[in-house]
Design a protein around this ligand. Structure first.
Ligand SMILES: *Cc1c(COP(=O)(O)O)cnc(C)c1O
Ligand code: SF4
Length: 366
């Protein structure tokens, strides 16, 4: 792995290290206009149009850290594609505003109760950088109401079957430590809630958000898990490795939920490199989602067949630990799209195909 710290873009050369590594400085200085971005790189005519048009329809902002990962020359840089608004966001007739019908599964505002034992709780509508492929793009169009938490808390208290609460958003780590810990503490007080999980892209777009103090405070809420979203090997840097290490040392297992994205990670070698690099920084690949039918994301979508082909090409060629569950997220839950190796299954037994194409017959047990 590259162990050189990420080079600050030259326009940030004069910023002192202390400020650069301060997450509040990063957010206060995040890039959200053409001028800011043009200082960093040569925008292509398509990108300019994208910012002018799509940048008005959907929120956008990029932290100076994440922007420093962008290639200055290549408009197809995977970080540029994930972060810079694209005119194609406005050209998506098949897209849906709420593809998972989350609003239908919201017994109280900002909570999604779909599975019997677990809920997703949105505690923020803000993100460090806004992903162009975001599947909750509709959420990042409105503002989270701070009063929404009390009814959600009440609901969880009243439903003893809920033993697992997924704190998500937006990005929960956009809250300061006190506000976040206050919410986690309230959830921890509910006896039947056993697991707490946080979904955050901070290790990817703003690793400085993970401070030793935050890691230490989060450790008070164990068992606590964090899932993040690395989508490309380029996003794995010494800074992100350090953020993950701080969490792991605080006893917080870190998992990764990628999104399979056309033009970004839909090539076997790119994906393989991403997954192996995740293991190098001790992040467990958990899910890789088939792209959601979220409006404004058509240019990232690909077919299930193509997804299966890519996933299937990994098996046997990399560690089983590196292979996440390829899942289709539906309004009725996540569906694993398994790599089907069964050729025939009957009363005599099961014929399967191994990774290298060998056929194997497993006799049926009586
Ligand atoms: C993904 C998701 C969860 C968590 O599912 P796991 O498979 O346990 O990670 C919970 N609630 C909702 C609404 C979800 O979309
Ligand atoms: S961090 Fe998550 S919620 Fe925020 S824009 Fe990206 S995908 Fe959407």
């Amino acid at each position: 792995m590259n162990t050189q710290p990420t080079k600050k873009h030259r326009i940030f050369e004069d910023v002192c290290e202390m400020e650069w590594k301060n997450w509040r400085w990063q957010i206060a200085n995040s890039i959200h206009d053409i001028k800011g971005l043009e200082n960093l790189l040569d925008l292509s005519p398509e990108e300019l149009a994208g910012i002018e048009k799509a940048g008005r329809a959907f929120r956008w902002a990029i932290t100076p850290y994440y922007a420093s990962l962008m290639s200055a020359e290549d408009p197809n840089c995977p970080v540029r594609l994930q972060a810079i608004p694209d005119v194609r966001e406005l050209d998506d007739e098949d897209g849906l505003l709420d593809p998972l019908q989350e609003e239908n599964h919201s017994p109280v505002r900002d909570m999604i109760h779909l599975y019997p034992n677990r809920v997703a709780l949105c505690v923020s509508d803000l993100c460090m950088s806004y992903c162009r492929h975001c599947f909750r793009k509709r959420r990042t169009l409105r503002s989270y109401d701070k009063n929404d938490f009390a009814p959600a808390l009440e609901y969880i208290r009243a439903h003893e079957e809920i033993n697992d609460v997924l704190v998500t958003g937006g990005d929960p780590l956009m809250m300061d430590d006190d506000s976040l810990c206050e919410k986690l503490a309230a959830l921890r007080q509910i006896k039947h809630v056993k697991l707490l999980r946080i979904g955050t892209r901070a290790p990817v777009t703003l690793p400085y958000r993970i401070t030793p103090q935050l890691a230490k405070r989060l450790a008070e809420f164990h068992p606590l898990y964090i899932n993040t979203q690395f989508n490309h090997p380029k996003e794995i840097t010494p800074e992100s490795a350090r953020a993950v290490d701080l969490l792991l040392k605080a006893g917080i297992p870190v998992g990764n939920q990628s999104v399979l994205l056309k033009g970004i990670n839909d090539e076997r070698d790119t994906l393989k490199s991403l997954l192996e690099k995740l293991l190098e920084i001790r992040v467990r690949p958990y899910y890789i989602f088939h792209p959601h039918r979220q409006s404004g994301t058509r240019h990232f979508r690909l077919s299930v067949d193509r997804g299966m082909e890519i996933m299937s090409s990994l098996r046997g060629y990399t560690s089983g630990m590196a292979i996440p569950t390829y899942a289709l997220d539906t309004p009725h839950g996540k569906v694993p799209l398994c790599d089907n190796r069964i050729i025939k299954n009957d009363e005599k037994g099961t014929l399967v195909r191994t990774f290298d194409g060998t056929e194997w017959f497993e006799l049926k047990e009586e």
